[in-house]
Ligand binder design. Structure first.
Ligand code: HXC
Length: 256
């Protein structure tokens, strides 16, 4: 099977690069299976503290692979159920940073919205153009975009299929940082390196607590968050982190 993604480790960062540059990283089934397997392997690897997902400068990913889906029928799509693979990204416990650049469209945008922190290059184009193909977003885009941007903007983008650039995406809350194009990968890597200095268990619990916002009511979410917060007081890292603050020194976290 061709390498639809490339992986490497940089310090404690597990890097996954989409690797179909001639197809603008269109996400076919093997690519997603390889990406999810790599993220799961990094998630289990005690040497790794967070993951970085990137495409190429020209395209993070210009969508799901249209050629792969074009002739499929309804029953075939239902049986194939390719989004079951995507769901596994939601089970990854360590933080995932996305380095967004170029085209971030359709399934590419949905993949990006599955990541936890998004660093975007200036000029990046974001959109859910599925409407122009006679379909709708199918990997959570209608739900996640609406959560991220609110109904008015989500309806605008999903019903018209228009793209927005990085500046508009930042203003709308789709991404949290926009950086010069020439340094977007390094900037995303720097975010990862910063995360690597944090208490790993607290990072996991923080991610889990924020993600509960998708599944629970505010009240349930607050109760869940509270339980996780109290649980962290059973870790060495909490003692180290708060002890270091009190002693005015730098914390050194062991992930225990
Ligand atoms: C398959 C794709 C592709 C895609 C680009 N390519 N996007 N192949 N699926 N989503 C291929 C092209 O066919 C072409 O292959 C090569 O990549 C380069 O693309 P060009 O079109 O020649 O480049 P350019 O003229 O610069 O135009 C860039 C573009 C355009 C505006 C991004 O490629 C485009 O509109 N792509 C489709 C965007 C889209 O509709 N995305 C949503 C997909 S549906 P060849 O072999 O000809 O060189 C979707 C459903 C999600 O994502 C459901 C859940 C996952």
């Amino acid at each position: 099977m061709p390498n639809e993604i490339l992986t490497e480790t940089i310090g404690a960062v597990g890097v996954c690069r989409l690797n179909r540059p001639d197809k603008l990283n269109a996400i076919n089934i093997p690519l997603m299976e390889q990406l999810v397997a790599a993220l799961e392997a990094f998630d289990k690897n005690p040497e790794i503290r967070c993951m970085l997902v990137a495409g190429s400068e020209r395209a993070f990913a210009a969508g799901a692979d249209i050629a792969e889906m074009a002739s499929a029928g309804m029953v075939e799509m239902y049986i194939r159920n390719q989004f079951a693979t995507w769901d596994r990204i939601g089970l990854v416990q360590k933080p995932i940073v996305a380095a967004a650049s170029g085209y971030v469209l359709g399934g590419g945008c949905e993949l990006m919205m599955n990541c936890d922190i998004i660093v975007a290059a200036e000029g990046t184009q974001f959109g859910l153009p599925e409407i122009n193909l006679g379909v709708i977003p199918g990997a959570g885009g209608t739900q996640r975009l609406t959560r991220a941007l609110g109904k008015a903007r989500a309806m605008d983008l999903i019903l018209t299929g228009r793209s927005i650039d990085a500046a508009e995406a930042l203003a709308a809350g789709l991404v949290s940082r926009v950086v010069p194009r020439e340094s977007y990968f390094d900037a995303a890597l720097q975010v990862c390196k910063d995360l690597c200095t944090k208490a790993p268990l607290a990072l996991r619990f923080a991610k889990e607590a924020v993600m509960k916002n998708y599944a629970l009511t505010l009240e349930e979410g607050i109760q869940h968050e509270r339980k996780l917060f109290y649980m962290l007081f059973g870790t060495q890292d909490q003692k180290e982190g708060m002890g270091a603050f009190v002693e005015k020194r730098k914390a050194n976290f062991a992930g225990k």
